[in-house]
Design a protein around this ligand. Structure first.
Ligand SMILES: Nc1ncnc2c1ncn2[C@@H]1O[C@H](COP(=O)(O)OP(=O)(O)OP(=O)(O)O)[C@@H](O)[C@H]1O
Length: 532
């Protein structure tokens, strides 16, 4: 009898091993299919793009923006002698040529790729004034300061503009008096100031409006990660000035966002320049986040001390304002030069922190998502996420603030499932909010797939080699397989009970109830221990 049982047990074990082997084969197959699926999706997007462009304007395909143009030598002269740039980066020359040819242009170029030159160079080359719409005051101030230092007459019309400058700007628009090549405004100026719009109209009627640039153009789309209601009204610019070339620029836009913003800005026939989202100098890594807050801070402090002992700049992103302050305080207590930045602080205090950090007087800035657009520091060596972002797109943008100078930099994300419900309550009412959140959760939980590959997949781009620049590709992870069938059954029965009794619970309450129920069951049926 015992022999029979042993024999049967061996058979079952052999069969189980066989099943496991088949599962492994299927998992490999699934991974290959995912890759293929992402490549095919990218191809489909490309086909759609070229099909749309062909439908919109058959001549686009035939146009070659890298050929010779009459402004070539003047453009080279200004690029080199005014901007001090010795050669163009990918797509820059082609974009300048398309704008100079009077076409509307959509530019999608990764952070630090050099988008500003794409409209600033044509602005200097052309007669008249270029209007630039940009979402943030700090961003505008930086740009105007930079251009003024290069000797380019650039101005901004914002709440901080002096009466004297305002008078000069209005005169320049109205009558073409004084020298003004570039004028920066926030989108509110377009939607809210009738006076400004009437002066702009006069500038246009006098043939002096050379081009319109829309920076951070993804803000137009509700499907984007940073929708701004005032951006919705920018379409008026194309309606009022149909013959003035418009250039819309952003670091990220999925196909859906691209289509949406082209529609909002009324530029259906624009020439599109899409550069890769790949940032080869960034190393992406996901770390398991301890449920003990102090442990996480200790780890972050150790990482900064050991990897960046020479005051190299970094950012730590936190979920809430309170958490920012707490993390900053605890890092300070561990001897790290750190301070916080969030929307609850007054503007002066925020600017002070930003300035200290920009000038390397402060090593680490601890920010909420409010510390975002307009951060132009090129030498940020690390971006740490104390909790996960709300989407792949947001994470790409935030982590992308590292290494804009092209030098090796690190992007670390601390993940624990307990942080997911905090985000899900925030994104529940956003367009595709939960779907976007689950995409990044999948990114965090993956122990097999290339992190970089996840970005390519998300932005519908063909896969490129990671060159070992993510944790999964560099060292791989030991994968422990756990059978969770029993847990799943208990969860389902728990949910059924709650449904029958019309009860509601948050995710964390649910976890607590599950723990209690598991304990009860274990006591009753010890064989089904949680460790099973
Ligand atoms: N062709 C070039 N050669 C060398 N440096 C360049 C070139 N074009 C731009 N740069 C420099 O690269 C840096 C980043 O450029 P820019 O600020 O325009 O990037 P961006 O694409 O707007 O990035 P972000 O989306 O992060 O704002 C700037 O210091 C700029 O002077």
């Amino acid at each position: 009898m015992e022999n029979d049982v042993v024999g049967e047990l061996l058979c079952v074990e052999a069969e189980l091993q066989d099943v496991q082997d088949q599962i492994n084969i299927l998992l490999d197959h699934q991974e290959r299919l995912y890759r293929k699926q992402s490549e095919l999706k990218a191809l489909l997007e490309e086909c759609k793009t070229s099909e749309n462009e062909a439908n919109n304007n058959a001549s686009i395909a035939a146009e070659d923006w890298s050929g010779n143009f009459e402004w070539d030598s003047r453009a080279d002269d200004i690029r080199f002698n005014v901007f001090g740039i010795s050669s163009y980066r990918a797509n820059q020359r082609e974009i300048v040529n398309a704008v100079m040819s009077g076409r509307d242009v959509l530019v999608i170029m990764a952070a630090g790729g050099g988008k500003s030159l794409c409209y600033q160079l044509p602005a200097v080359l052309c007669n008249g004034v270029a209007l630039v719409v940009s979402p943030l005051l700090s961003l505008i101030q930086d740009q105007v300061m930079g251009l003024t230092a290069l000797g380019i007459p650039a101005y901004m019309l914002t709440s901080t503009t002096s009466k004297e400058d305002e008078k000069f700007i209005y005169k320049a628009l109205d009558k073409g008096e004084g020298e003004m090549k570039i004028l920066y405004v926030t989108p509110e100026k377009i939607s809210k100031s009738k006076r400004f719009m009437s002066k702009l109209e006069k500038c246009h009627n006098g043939g002096r409006l050379s081009l319109v640039a829309i920076d951070e153009a993804h803000c137009c789309s509700q499907w984007g990660h940073d929708f701004r209601p005032d951006y919705k009204n920018l379409g008026i610019l194309k309606v009022q000035f149909p013959n003035v070339p418009m250039i819309a620029l952003t670091a990220t836009a999925t196909y859906k966002v691209q289509t949406d913003l082209m529609e909002m800005l009324h530029i259906p026939k624009c020439v599109k320049f899409v550069s890769t989202v790949n940032r080869p100098n960034l190393f992406y890594k996901v770390l398991e986040k301890s449920s003990v807050a102090k442990v996480v801070i200790d780890e972050i402090a150790d990482f900064i001390r050991q990897s960046y002992p020479n005051n190299e700049s970094g950012i730590v992103y936190c979920f809430s304002r309170k958490e920012c302050e707490q993390v900053a305080k605890e890092l300070q207590e561990r001897g790290i030069s750190a301070d916080y930045y969030h929307a609850d602080m007054d503007v002066t205090a925020r600017e002070k922190v930003h300035l200290r950090w920009s000038k390397n007087k402060l090593q680490v800035i601890i920010g909420t998502v409010a510390f975002g657009m307009g951060i132009n520091k090129p030498d940020v060596r690390f971006v740490i996420h104390h909790s996960l972002s709300k989407s792949m797109e947001t994470y790409y943008q935030e982590s992308g603030r590292a290494g804009r100078d092209g030098l090796p930099s690190e992007c670390l994300l601390y993940f624990r499932p307990g942080d997911v419900p905090r985000q899900s309550t925030m994104v529940f009412y956003e367009n595709s909010g939960l779907q976007n959140l689950y995409d990044i959760v999948r990114y965090c939980q993956s122990k097999r797939n290339c992190r970089r590959g996840a970005f390519f997949q998300h932005f519908g781009e063909p896969l490129q080699d990671c060159n070992g620049m993510c944790d999964n590709c560099a060292y791989g992870h030991e994968i422990k397989e756990v059978d969770t069938t029993y847990h799943a059954k208990v969860i389902v029965s728990l949910l059924r009970d709650m449904q029958d009794n019309e009860q509601r619970a948050t995710m964390l309450q649910l976890v607590d109830r599950l723990k209690v129920k598991m304990k009860k069951l274990e006591r009753r049926i010890p064989a089904y221990s949680v460790c099973n």
